[in-house]
Write a new protein. Sequence first.
Length: 226
Amino acid sequence: MPAFNLNRVFVPLSMTILAGCAGLPQENAAGYEATPPEAMTRPVASNGAIYQSGYDMVLYEDLRARRIGDIIQVLLVEKTDAAKSSKTEIDKDSSNSLADPSFLGRTATISGNGLGLSIDSENEFEGEGKSNQSNKLSGSIAVTVAGVLPNGNLQVQGEKWIQLNQGKEFIRLRGIVRPYDVSPNNTVLSTQVADARISYGGTGALNEANTSGWLVRFFMSPIWPF
């Protein structure tokens, strides 16, 4: 009787479990961390002067973000609805016949049977498919300016984690904002963020209850041949 090798069972099993753990969302994910402002050198004070450097007040500028490290509040107003249906019906009927051949005025036969031929075929296909999807995300998230492009557009990124009784929920956002779309109160709609990457998810008991187990996901994966 051949020996049973446990490594053939536990090694693939361990790899599958580790792959499932690697997919869990992590805090401070790369590409979403807050960007600190550029270091500024404190001006040298001039004792005895009426106006001191670094203590001036700008009266004709608003507070909208425009520099690296500034904060913008993004209002999430995402809503998508998609529906698709298709139906196909194909019918094809064909009939062909060949009369008994004749030779010198007499019908040719073999053992008294005619040589005529008749072929009938019928093909039918019917298919129907429907798909409906609806998504909605509302709320807000404060992000920081990570970079300023040559044309003045702002690269923003950030994430927000909320600790709940049964786990954590997070929102992540990254994209490009046009300065003209930022309102005077320093807010911008998520629909105005170009190349937007918005993620919403969670961890904990509630999230695990709504997620199928790793073995179920393995049998439903494309690598399963059956």
